[in-house]
Design a protein around this ligand. Structure first.
Ligand code: HMG
Ligand code: MG
Length: 295
């Protein structure tokens, strides 16, 4: 079984940290993750630096990352301005994003869901002109911090519109970490009728400790791409309580013990997370990381 792990710590993780990491430290983190064998890294966002100051150095970082033929660097791009900025850097892939729930979308990107599509269409057009692949994120697919449960039809509608716009993959985001395996399987079965599973990624937040169980449920149903974050760094600043993406180490340990080889060295990921802990001045929540460091 081949599992693709997309490391989102430098983006989803750092966007939610109080401490702003220096660009050179972010480069060191990327180098550590690459040395560990990670090949897909979401490294930053070309969003408004007023909204996410932690990633204001997006362009500088992109230019300082080691150019390696087998490593894919991705960044979030919210609008034309973001696409123009990203387009002047060596970032390989872009990701557009919106929410399945109206209120979260407005809080996160200051627009209604319907008004977001023309903005994304512009991004897609600029990406097409430059031959850049674009992933689509749908947030709050299992629940919204403002609206509660999100109807499946609403999630499917947003996915369908993103696919029409030309994204190659959709990452389903449990932004506030409310899902449990039953909900994951229910939603994936509904999605599967319209979208091939090869085009779906699982993006779980571990806010309530169910991230790993949810990832396993997604794998059982046939999803082969998971977004994880080193040490469990992460969250969403516009989703109160959304702390901690599913930790890369926790997923790696599970996969390893289940006999699934990812080609990623767990110990080297832990070493990199330890560096991030020092820089962020807090212990990161990954249980596997903490157990590794205690040995
Ligand atoms: P806005 O204020 O509505 O934008 O923000 P605007 O078009 O009215 O522009 C206002 C100002 O921002 C202008 O500058 C623009 O130039 C500037 P001013 O004239 O005031 O000096 N601006 C920009 N500057 C740099 N880069 C840009 C850009 N765009 C406008 N791209 C906007 C709209 C989308 C920009 C804003 O709401 C924003 O940046 N939001 C980002 C929110 C964000 O990054 N959230 C976290 C990522 S999503 C997530 O974490 C979920 C995910 O992980 C999946 C999951 O877990 O569910 C993906
Ligand atoms: Mg996220």
């Amino acid at each position: 079984m081949q599992i693709k792990l997309v490391e989102v710590g430098l983006r989803d993780g750092l966007q939610n940290e109080r401490v702003i990491l220096a660009t050179e430290d972010k480069v060191k983190v990327a180098q550590g993750l690459i040395k560990a064998g990670i090949r897909h890294l979401e490294v930053t966002s070309f969003v408004s630096p007023k909204w996410i100051p932690q990633l204001a150095d997006a362009a500088q970082l992109a230019h300082q990352l080691p150019p390696l033929a087998d490593v894919v660097y991705r960044a979030l791009v919210p609008n034309r301005r973001g696409a123009e900025r990203a387009g002047q850097t060596p970032i390989h892939e872009w990701a557009v994003f919106l929410s399945a729930s109206e209120t979260h979308n407005r809080k996160n990107i200051n627009k209604s869901i319907e008004d977001t599509y023309p903005v994304l269409r512009e991004v897609m057009e600029l990406a097409r002109q430059q031959g850049i692949r674009v992933r689509g994120y749908v947030s709050t697919v299992f629940g919204c911090p403002y609206e509660g449960e999100v109807p499946t039809e609403q999630v499917l509608r947003v996915c369908e519109r993103l696919l029409q716009l030309g994204v190659y993959e959709i990452s389903l985001g449990d932004t506030i970490g409310v899902a449990t395996p039953k909900a994951v399987k229910r939603l994936l079965r509904a999605c599967q009728r319209h979208i091939p599973l090869e085009q779906i990624a699982g993006h779980f937040h571990d806010t309530r400790g169910t991230g790993l169980a949810n990832a396993y449920a997604a794998l059982e149903l046939g999803v082969r791409t998971l977004d994880t974050s080193l040490g469990g760094l992460g969250g969403c600043p516009y989703a109160p309580g959304a702390a901690g993406n599913l930790a890369t180490e926790d997923v790696l340990y599970l996969l390893e013990q289940e006999g699934i080889d990812t080609g990623i060295d767990l110990a080297l990921v832990c070493e990199t997370s330890d560096f991030v802990q020092t820089k962020c001045k807090r212990a990161l929540p990954s249980k596997v990381l903490q157990s590794y460091l205690a040995q």
